[in-house]
Design a protein around this ligand. Sequence first.
Ligand code: ZN
Length: 426
Amino acid sequence: MTTPPEGALAPERKGIDDLRIDEPRLLQTIDAMARIGPGRAGGCNRQALTDEDRAGRDQFVAWARAADCQVAVDEVGNLFARRAGLDPAAAPVLAGSHLDTQATGGRYDGVYGVMAALEVVRTLQQQGITTRRPIEIGVWTNEEGCRFAPAMLGSGVVSGVYTKEFAYARTDKEGRRFGEELERIGYKGMLPARARPYAAMFEAHIEQGPVLEHAGCTIGVVTGIQGAYWFDVTLEGVSCHAGPTPMELRRDPWRAAVAIIDGLYALAREFAPWARFTIGDMAVTPGARNTVPQRLVFPVDLRHPDAASLALMVERFEDLVGRSAADHGIQAAIAQVWHMPATRFDADLIDLVQRSAAALGYSHQHIVSGAGHDSLHTAQFAPTTMIFVPCTAGLSHNEAEDAKAADLAAGANVLLHAVLEAANTP
Ligand SMILES: [Zn+2]
C-alpha cells in the first residue's frame, strides 16, 4: 500500500473546493491548437473560415465529443458543445470564446477561453461530477474581423445586431463571401442563429493590455467593456503661399486643429482615469512644405467604460470642434464612422468571479476591457462576464503574444469554480 504524500487529501475526502484543473493538459491542448495554422514566428494564422479554421474546428469537435459533449452548429458556424446536466430543461451555463486568429496572431487570444472551458468540462468528466444545469463550450465565428469585417460577427448575429444574411454577404479581400466559405468548410449548421436562454456566460481571455502584469495581479475581474466612438474630423481653410501671406491674414486649418487637440487632452484629463482619446493619423492637403494647407482630415478615437460619461465626452468634443473652427474662420465637419457601446457585465457574475478568485487564493482586481469581445454581444441577451489573466508585456495581436503557465491555470481554475457554482444554482 502506498501512502499519499503529506498534505494530500485522500480521494474520498476531496470536496468541490479542492477541485483544480489539470495544468499540463490545459497547456498541451493550447499547444496542439497552436500547431494548426501556425504563424511564421511562433504564433498563429488561423483566420475565420479558412482551411486552417476548419482544421481547428475539427480538432475542437473531436476533443469535445471525447469529453462526452454533443456538438451543435448554428447557421453562422457558431459551435455549442453541450455537457448534459441533471435537469435537461434548465438554462445552460456557457463558457467559451473564439478559435479564429489574426493573420499574425498569438496562440492565446480567444483560444485560451475555449481551451479553458474544455479543460473545465474535462475536469468534471474525470472527477465524475454532474451539475444541475447543462454546461456548454461556445466557439464564436469570426471574432477577429480581419478576414471578414466586422469583428465579433457570429455573436453579433445571435444577439440580433446583424442578420444572418448580412453575415453571409460579407466578403474578404479576394471577394469570397462569408456564406460560401462557411459552406465550403462544412460548418454551416442547422441550429437557428438566435439567442436562447442561458443562466450565465463566461469568457476567459488574456488581458491584451499591460494593467495586470504591471500590478503583479493574477486575475482580472472584468466589470465591462469600454465604449468607443470613431469620428473623422475635416477642417477646411484656404491654401496659400507660405512666404507672402502674413500670419494674421491666413485661414490656416492647423490653428483649429491645435485648439481641438489641446482641448481633447484636457477632456481626457477631466474624465481620467478611464477616458481615452487617440488621433492616429493626419491627412494634409495639398501637403507641401511651403503651402498653408487647404484641408486637414484626422480620425478621433474616443473611449470610456461608462456610457453616460462617453456620451458627455462626445458632446463636449463636438462643441470643441465647432468652437475651435469658428474662432479661426475654418469650416469643420465631423463624421461618425463607428460606435461600440459601453458594456456593463452582470453584477452577480462579477461577484461570483471575485469570490472564486479569493477562495482560490489568487490576487485579483477589477478591470475594464479595452478591447471588444464576443461578450459585448452576449451581454445583450444573457448574464455575462469575463475573466482576464496577464499576458507578457501586454502584447497581443502579435505572434510574440505570451502568458505564464501558472496564470493560465489560475484563470481556468477561477472559471471552473465560477461555472460549477452557476451550473448548480436553482
Ligand atoms: Zn479575442
